[in-house]
Design a protein around this ligand. Structure first.
Ligand code: BDR
Ligand code: CA
Length: 328
């Protein structure tokens, strides 16, 4: 499978599925820097975790980690220790990092990089506070960012509440700023990522592959399977964030449809919901057989986003095995 080395900044809160995303991104994309955001765990933890993962991948000399905001724009920080443990990356035993976080703030790094480099894609796999702050700080980045690929939201159900997905729920005001910024959005919501479940059979393959990176992926997945199964009664571990990274590196793995997406800020039951207008898709369920359900006219506002609907999971797994084989 061919990948294009797209220039990206990965804004993340590792997090087990963020770490799996980093494994894919470091191998197949031109990662200009990693920015961190309080989310799954407080900022200090997720920053350390990002550096630890990069050190296993042998990429810590080349890729800087820039700490960003610890707290959302309005709401207090919600973390997810029930899925990721107290450190945000419980499970694998990783050495204390040798590398230090960069002293430049994530928001400054995003602004400076985007103003300097053409066609940068931002992949955001945590709450959107850093990205929203960067847009507020330097609105000219709106016309310079090629697109933002978000793991967050959903075309259908939520996970943190019946209607809201965790990353959007944590900072809906930031998400609203980003979705309404005019930057083209790719939304990798949980309607898509629930199609990406790693099971024990996959972990066995990772262990057979046996590279340092493969063993890290195995330990991450073992922990995450147990946490996801305990918390959500799903089978396997849903590798949400890895899907957003894969969409940029291997676009053929995901089918999507354009739609207008906005974020609910006020609803008592629906705060943090991504409200998706897919009335132009025939049928009730946009995830059902896009081929047989051609597009109709858009009825509401012009689409600001492309929503991921279908994942080629077998293709994803093959791509991931190949990635582990060629990684450190
Ligand atoms: C998202 O929430 C976090 O716990 C994961 O890392 C992922 O980014 C899924 O809702
Ligand atoms: Ca995440």
């Amino acid at each position: 499978m061919m990948s294009t080395k797209q220039k990206v900044i990965i804004d993340c809160d590792p997090g087990h599925d963020d770490a799996i995303g980093l494994i894919i991104g470091v191998q197949h994309l031109n990662v200009l820097g990693i920015t961190t955001i309080g989310g799954n765990s407080p900022l200090e933890n997720v920053t350390t975790n990002a550096i630890k993962v990069l050190e296993v991948l042998g990429a810590a000399d080349k890729i800087g980690v820039y700490p960003g905001h610890n707290c959302p724009m309005v709401a207090p920080l919600t973390t997810a220790p029930q899925f990721h443990g107290e450190t945000g990356l419980d499970g694998p035993v990783l050495a204390d990092p040798v590398h230090r976080p960069k002293s430049k703030h994530a928001v400054d790094f995003i602004v400076d990089t985007v103003m300097k480099e053409e066609d940068v894609v931002i992949i955001a796999t945590g709450p959107l506070t850093n990205i929203a702050s960067a847009i507020n700080r330097e609105p000219r980045i709106v016309d310079r960012i090629k697109e933002i690929c978000i793991m967050g939201g959903s075309v259908t159900f939520g996970n943190w509440t019946p209607t809201a997905e965790f990353n959007i729920f944590v900072d809906p005001e930031a998400a609203s700023r980003v979705f309404n910024s005019g930057i083209h959005i790719k939304m990798t919501g949980i309607n898509l990522t629930r199609q990406c479940n790693f099971k024990s059979s996959h972990v066995r393959e990772f262990r057979k592959i046996g590279t340092k990176t493969a063993l890290l992926a195995a330990d991450l997945t073992d922990f995450f399977i147990e946490a996801c199964e305990d918390e959500s009664e799903l089978t396997g571990a849903t590798m949400h964030d890895a899907c957003a990274v894969a969409w940029i590196a291997f676009p053929e793995l995901i089918k999507s449809a354009p739609m207008h997406i906005d974020v609910e800020l006020n609803g008592n039951l629906t705060r943090g919901m991504t409200v998706c207008d897919y009335r132009h898709l025939r049928g009730e369920d946009p995830a059902v057989d896009l081929e047989r359900k051609p597009l109709m006219h858009f009825r509401g506002e012009k689409p600001n986003a492309e929503a991921a609907l279908e994942l080629d999971f077998n293709g994803f797994v093959e791509m991931f095995y190949e990635t582990l084989k060629v990684s450190a």
